[in-house]
Ligand binder design. Structure first.
Ligand code: SAM
Length: 206
């Protein structure tokens, strides 16, 4: 079992109990406005316990699929978002149909992958999205780690978790290379943590 997978299994219950500290209402409303779809299909990468993200979209009549490699998180998701179709898998290893999703989210999850894996994920996400589909994700920056570029460990809720990021400028180049164009990026302090919140659009039929 991967170290981070085990750590999220251990964290799952405490994380879910404290999830309300990180209020997603503003960022989800902003993403919703970019989606311009009254109903659609969402893929949530690192879906955790299925709320608030999956729950928010299910309540708006979207079909939601979630991927997570923490069994404990998915057990909680069965309670909070039973309508979500879940894949117990490492997001880097799953094969999915191209051009299927109107939206893909990676809320507080993608930053746990090493940068080369993030780059590979951008290419897959771009393919999995319909042209014009939107990708929302949380990006760590120096506002979180104190360094321009970072690959290492930080404490979160008593666990020493792996995080990785480059600079926002290099991130933009990585996204462009994957045919993902940034629609919006803003630093938000939520629950005492500042991250860059990015919304990007799949620009081509890859
Ligand atoms: C901080 S939690 C966020 C959960 C949820 N997105 C939320 O906003 O509450 C990060 C989640 O990403 C999952 N995760 C991290 N890396 C993953 C990977 N490579 N494949 C699948 N899930 C992953 C973890 O198991 C964990 O449930």
């Amino acid at each position: 079992m991967i170290k981070l997978q085990r750590e999220y299994d251990e964290l799952a219950e405490m994380y879910e109990k404290n999830r309300g500290i990180f209020d997603m209402s503003g960022i989800l409303s902003s993403y919703w406005n970019f989606l311009e779809c009254p109903s659609g299909k969402l893929l949530d990468l690192g879906c955790g316990a299925g709320e608030p993200v999956a729950r928010w979209f299910i309540d708006r009549n979207w079909l939601v699929e979630g991927i997570d490699y923490s069994r404990k998180m998915l057990e909680l998701a069965a309670k909070y978002a039973p309508e979500m179709k879940v894949y117990y898998a490492d997001m880097r290893e799953i094969g999915l149909t191209d051009h299927l999703y109107d939206g893909i989210t990676a809320v507080y999850s993608l930053f746990h992958l090493p940068i080369p894996d993030q780059i590979k994920m951008f290419a897959k996400i771009s393919r999995w999205l319909k042209p014009g589909g939107k990708f929302l994700f949380t990006y760590a920056t120096k506002e979180y780690t104190g360094l321009e570029e970072f690959s290492g460990f930080k404490d979160f809720m008593g666990q020493n978790l792996f995080y990785s990021h480059t600079t926002p400028l290099k991130l933009e180049k990585q996204l462009t290379a994957a045919n993902l164009e940034i629609c919006s990026q803003k630093y938000l302090e939520i629950g005492g943590e500042t991250f860059l919140w990015v919304i990007a659009e799949s620009t081509k039929l890859n």
